[in-house]
Ligand binder design. Structure first.
Ligand SMILES: Cc1ncc(C[n+]2csc(CCOP(=O)(O)OP(=O)(O)O)c2C)c(N)n1
Ligand SMILES: [Mg+2]
Length: 562
């Protein structure tokens, strides 16, 4: 006979059935039955005890990115939920499956603005695929099943489920539902015929890949397709892991900071085959490389969600398809007449040129350091970043080789790098992980060091200390040259900070000292399974590869007629 269970037990058992093996949480009294139910899943579901809900939600997001299954996050009512918002927003803009469980006041107090009460449907409505409140204990399995399907279907994204007290403490006799199933949308034969026809007519085609959920197998299939049709391939902004950058058709990374030859190649293309990517503001350089609503290039837009196709750009052809199903379908296509791969090879040669470190001012060059990291790490290693100009360097100099090698928020949310590195270590322990963090970025989530300590995670953290919100300095010089104010900050000694977390701290002020420090950090992380941090001090004038604040200021003053 079926036993009655409380809501927490029903929920946790259902998560287990759906394949959840790790969840990220900051405790709250509002969801105690869920926490208690973890006692029934010891050794199966690992709760990661986080220090801040922002980091917890980032970790769930990174988990969703790496596994293409919903990252699970538990937070308490209003305050916890508010802290978690950044991870939810990141999952939304980055199209990452995630389920955020939030405590809620009991139904009997609802709408009184009771203690910490928020209506999550209103608060999170714009940054979630679906927000719901489970008001009946016996309907928990139904809501969870829908949540897993919604988070992973079409354009993946976050789901929020609010858990009123009476739902969790209440008891019900209810059967579990079977595990969720991934649905794939394959392109139709007409879609493929038209696609082939358009590529056959193209003089200067280009493929742009992006979005989430790519598998290594699909990436290989896309390379085969690109080779067969002579397509140069660019990755969308911060979707560095979507294509093997060592492939001879790889043309570069589109978006802010991109190399001029690639920007020109995208502008001059006559057909753009965009696969899995939304063609966002960053990738299109503010909707200029492709102009909205009708791009000059003929756009073939392949996307897993019909609602995105035609949303910003009127396409010449829209194809509703999951990225992996699309790759599977096109790998078998071959052109009717021989194609010329010269343009693709030229594009790759131009890209390879950008891997040579550019000169930088001062005794420490971020170009040299990022190039050293890029060349020293094995191909399988994962690099994580948050947001800031320091991130331009690893993204420029590292050749990313496929899924699992990069975690970068396309939403440009600061503080992501450290939580993401923690998740990389937990989820794919066979890969080394290096977190690049600006001094600003790092300080947004440095509390997550406690998680690295607690779970014995050997990660390497590079903190780029220029004493300022450098990115904003650059914008400030461009818009208000010479009027630097309110951006610089005093930093702690990061190398000493990590020692409090039983990690290895080092400080580097000259380029030539980086290589031995990096080798020591990697060895420490590997052997001790604890974090190793290198504080890298440099002159804020070197603001981006090949660019200084002085250059920006001089150009802005000249433009003002000064
Ligand atoms: C959560 C969040 N807050 C603010 C910003 C705006 N912002 C973008 S980059 C940046 C500066 C980053 O500073 P730092 O991490 O030190 O890197 P740097 O630019 O100096 O290399 C800021 C404040 C943001 N993107 N995200
Ligand atoms: Mg900085």
């Amino acid at each position: 006979m079926m036993a009655t269970r409380n809501g927490g037990q029903i929920l946790m058992q259902q998560l287990r059935i759906h394949g959840v093996r790790r969840l990220f949480m900051v405790a709250g009294e509002s969801f105690l039955p869920c926490i208690d139910a973890l006692n029934e899943h010891v050794g199966v579901i690992q709760p990661i005890v986080c220090r801040h809900e922002g980091s917890a939600a980032y970790m769930a997001e990174a988990h969703g990115k790496l596994t293409a299954t919903p990252g699970i996050c538990f937070v308490t009512r209003g305050p916890g939920a508010s802290n978690a918002a950044i991870g939810l927003h990141t999952a939304f803009q980055d199209s990452t499956p995630l389920i955020l469980f939030v405590g809620q006041v009991g139904n009997r107090f609802q709408d009184r603005e009771a203690f910490q009460e928020l209506d999550y449907r209103r608060v999170f409505g714009q940054m979630s695929k679906w927000v719901a409140q489970i008001d009946q204990t016996e309907r928990i399995p139904e809501y969870l099943s829908r949540a897993f399907h919604v988070a992973t279907s079409g354009r993946p994204g976050p789901v929020v489920l609010a858990l009123p007290e009476n739902t969790l403490w209440g008891r019900a006799m209810v059967a579990d539902l079977p595990p969720w199933r991934r649905t794939q949308i394959a392109p139709g034969s007409d879609d493929l015929r038209r696609l082939k026809g358009m590529l056959a007519q193209a003089q200067r085609p280009l493929m742009l890949v992006g979005g989430s959920g790519w598998t290594a197998a699909a990436m290989g299939q896309m390379a085969r397709f690109a080779h067969a049709f002579g397509l140069p391939v660019a990755v969308a902004w911060r979707r560095l892991e979507c294509y093997d950058q060592a492939d001879e058709h790889f043309a570069g990374h589109a978006g802010w900071g991109m190399h001029a030859a690639l920007a020109e190649r995208i502008r001059a293309a006559d057909v753009i085959l965009a696969v899995g990517t939304r063609l966002g503001e960053a990738t299109t350089l503010g909707y200029t490389l492709l102009e909205s609503p009708l791009p000059r290039q003929r756009l073939i837009h392949v996307y897993p969600d019909a609602d995105e196709i035609g949303r910003v750009y009127a396409p010449a052809q829209g194809i509703v398809a999951s990225v992996n199903a699309f790759a599977q379908a096109v790998q078998a296509l071959s052109p009717d007449k021989p194609v010329d791969a010269a343009a693709a090879h030229a594009a790759h040669a131009q890209y390879l040129d950008t891997l040579t470190p550019l000169p930088a001012p001062g005794p420490l060059s971020l170009d040299a350091i990022a190039a050293h990291v890029a060349q020293t790490l094995p191909a399988s290693a994962c690099i994580t970043v948050g947001a800031g100009n320091y991130a331009l360097y690893p993204h420029r100099y590292r050749q990313f080789r496929g899924p699992g090698t990069s975690l970068a928020p396309t939403v440009g949310a600061m503080g992501y790098g450290l939580p993401a590195a923690i998740v990389s270590r937990l989820t794919q322990p066979e890969r080394e992980v290096v977190c690049f963090a600006g001094d600003g970025c790092f300080q947004m989530t440095q509390e997550a060091l406690g998680v690295a300590l607690q779970y014995a995670l050997g990660i390497v953290i590079l903190v780029f200390n220029n004493g300022t919100w450098g990115t904003i300095r650059a914008h400030q010089e461009r818009e208000f040259p010479g009027r630097n104010i309110a951006l610089d900050f005093v930093n702690p000694q990061f190398a000493r900070l990590i020692e409090a977390y039983e990690g290895l701290g080092q400080r580097v002020v000259r380029s030539e000292d980086f290589a031995p420090a990096f080798a020591r950090a990697r060895a420490f992380a590997r052997e001790q399974q604890r974090p190793a941090l290198i504080e890298i001090c440099y002159d804020p004038d070197g603001i981006a590869p090949g660019e200084t604040l002085q250059d920006i200021r001089a150009r802005a003053l000249a433009a003002q007629g000064g």
